[in-house]
Design a protein around this ligand. Structure first.
Ligand code: SF4
Length: 173
């Protein structure tokens, strides 16, 4: 599957409980006041890369242990999001997703995740920051959950679940 993104950055410390490749989504319609990604959101440059090329670039980096899907909102590209998560997990990489959606809304839309971290919650500029899993969060409404079990049918791949995810993925990896 081809993935549209706005940049891949290796050796990122502090965005996740592991050293990561950060992959930015192509946009976010949420428009939080004070968003740090406004210029990225405005930028028209979008890259198209196969999921295999992205995963291989992470695997070939000696420091990266996984991926962080942050910087704009991957839930607005749901099939690409699910495919990237699935293939990263299959390759043995750690995964962390950033989203403004809270836990319940996210699970309603995408099913119960498994074996990955999600940073939930809206950005509120000027609020009190805090830390979870060694990751600095901008405000108390943001929180990180590590989803251990997840998918109700025990299938670790959200692309292949029968009804544990409302998104189908056409990965050709
Ligand atoms: S959800 Fe995140 S990327 Fe989107 S506007 Fe808010 S802070 Fe920016």
């Amino acid at each position: 599957m081809m993935i549209r993104h706005k940049g891949v950055e290796h050796n990122v410390f502090g965005d996740a409980p592991f050293v990561a490749t950060r992959i930015s989504a192509i946009g976010c319609s949420h428009r939080c006041p004070g968003c740090h990604h406004e210029s990225l959101n405005e930028s028209a440059e979008v890259y198209h890369e196969s999921v295999a090329d992205i995963i291989n670039s992470v695997l070939s980096n000696p420091f990266d242990e996984g991926i962080v899907m942050g910087g704009l909102e991957w839930t607005e590209q749901p099939e690409e999001m699910m495919c990237l998560i699935s293939e990263a997990k299959k390759a043995g990489l750690k995964v962390m997703l950033y989203t403004h959606w809270d836990k319940d809304d996210f699970i309603d839309m995408f099913g119960e995740p498994s074996g990955m971290y999600i940073k939930h919650g809206e950005f509120v500029a000027g609020d009190i920051p805090h830390k979870q899993y060694g990751v600095q969060l901008a405000n108390r409404g943001q929180y990180i959950i590590f989803y251990e079990g997840g998918n109700t049918n025990g299938n670790d791949n959200p692309c292949e679940g029968e009804d544990d995810s409302k998104i189908t993925c056409s990965c050709a990896y």
